[in-house]
Design a protein around this ligand. Structure first.
Ligand code: GDP
Length: 296
C-alpha cells in the first residue's frame, strides 16, 4: 500500500531512508505530510488530529528511532493505523436472527436510503438467496413511498404498502407481522429523513428501533458530505445503536475522507459503498482498498 501514499510522502521516505539517523524533526515533517493528505481527502479535522496523535506516539517510540529503515517503519505505522481506523477486511450484512431479520435504514433525506434499500434487497436476493420484503415509513413524503415501490419492483423484492395517513410505528408493525406470516427472510425498513438533524425524527426512528428490534441498524451517509458527515454521524450514533454504515455516492467523491471520519465517530463498520445510482451499484466495502485511496 506504500505505493498509494502521496508523491510527497514517498519522497520524504526516500530522503529519510538515506539518513543514518532519524530525528524527531523528520518524524514531524512526515506527520505534516500525512496530515495534509488526510485533510485534502476531506477527513474531518478532529479525526485527523486523533489519527496523527496516535501515529506520533508510535512513531516516536524507540523501535522507529533506532530502526535501520525508519522511513519504511513510519509508513507501515501510518498504514496500519489507517487500516485499523477504517476497519479490517470486509463485513457483510448480519442476518443472524429469527426470520424475518429486520434491517433498519437511517440517515438524512437525500443520503440515498431508498436507493440503498433497493440495492440491498437485490444484493440479498441474488447473493444470499433471501426472500425480501421492503416497507417505507416515510409518511411525510408520499413520493418517497412510491419511489420505494418502484425500486423494490426493479430489485425483484416484494413491497409492503404504506400511506401518508398512517403512523410509522403502525406501518412497521404491520409489515413485520406480514413478513412473519409470509415467511420472509428479511424485512428492510426505509425511514423518513429530514434535510437536517431533527429531534422529532430521531425520536421516531428510536421508537421504530424499539418496536422492530432490528438485527442491523444501518446509517446511510453521503460520502460527498465530506466533513459535514461527522455531525450527522454523531447525531445518529447518539440516537441509535448503529451496527453498520453504508457510504453512498462514493462514485462522486474522489477524496473518500468521509469514510475515515464516519467510521471513527460511530465505531461501526462500513459495510457497503454505493458507487452508482443503479441498483447494481452497491459494493461490499473493502477497508484496505479504501485506505489506499484516502492517502492519495
Ligand atoms: P433518500 O432521501 O435518503 O431516500 O435518498 P434517495 O435514495 O432518494 O437518493 C437521493 C439521490 O441520490 C437519488 O438521485 C439517487 O439516485 C442518488 N444516489 C443514491 N445512492 C447513490 C450512489 O451510490 N451513487 C450515486 N451517484 N447516486 C446515488
Amino acid at each position: 500500500m506504500a505505493s498509494a501514499l502521496t508523491d510527497k510522502l514517498s519522497r520524504l521516505v526516500k530522503e529519510m531512508r538515506g539518513q543514518a539517523r532519524i530525528t524527531e524533526s523528520n518524524v514531524q515533517d512526515m506527520l505534516r505530510e500525512v496530515r495534509m493528505a488526510l485533510l485534502e481527502a476531506d477527513v474531518a479535522l478532529p479525526v485527523v488530529r486523533d489519527f496523527i496523535a496516535r501515529v506520533k506516539e508510535k512513531a516516536l517510540g524507540q523501535e522507529v528511532l533506532s530502526s535501520l529503515q525508519p522511513g519504511q517503519v513510519l509508513v507501515s505505522i501510518v498504514n496500519t493505523e489507517l487500516a485499523a481506523t477504517m476497519g479490517e477486511g470486509v463485513s457483510d450484512i448480519n442476518l443472524n436472527a429469527q426470520p424475518p431479520a429486520v434491517i433498519l435504514m437511517a440517515g438524512l433525506q437525500g443520503a440515498g436510503k431508498t436507493t440503498t434499500t433497493a440495492k440491498l434487497a437485490k444484493h440479498l436476493i441474488e447473493k444470499r438467496k433471501k426472500k425480501v420484503l421492503t416497507v417505507s415509513g416515510d409518511v411525510y413524503r408520499p413520493a418517497a413511498i412510491e419511489q420505494l415501490k418502484t425500486v423494490t419492483a426493479q430489485a425483484g423484492a416484494e413491497w409492503f404498502p404504506s400511506t401518508p395517513d398512517q403512523k410509522p410505528l403502525d406501518i412497521a408493525r404491520g409489515a413485520l407481522d406480514y413478513a412473519k406470516r409470509h415467511f420472509f427472510d428479511v424485512l428492510l425498513v426505509d425511514t423518513a429523513g429530514r434535510l437536517a438533524i431533527d429531534e422529532a425524527l430521531m425520536r421516531e426512528i428510536q421508537d421504530l428501533h424499539g418496536a422492530l428490534k432490528p438485527v442491523e441498524t444501518l446509517f446511510v451517509v453521503d460520502a460527498m458530505q465530506g466533513q459535514d458527515a461527522i455531525n450527522t454521524a454523531k447525531a445518529f450514533k447518539e440516537a441509535l445503536p448503529l451496527t453498520g454504515i453504508v457510504l453512498t455516492k462514493l462514485d462522486g467523491d474522489s477524496r473518500g475522507g468521509a469514510a475515515l471520519s464516519v467510521r471513527q465517530i460511530t465505531g461501526a463498520p462500513i459495510k457497503f459503498a454505493g458507487v452508482s445510482e443503479k441498483l447494481d451499484g452497491l459494493e461490499v466495502f473493502d477497508a484496505q482498498r479504501h485506505a489506499g485511496r484516502v492517502l492519495g
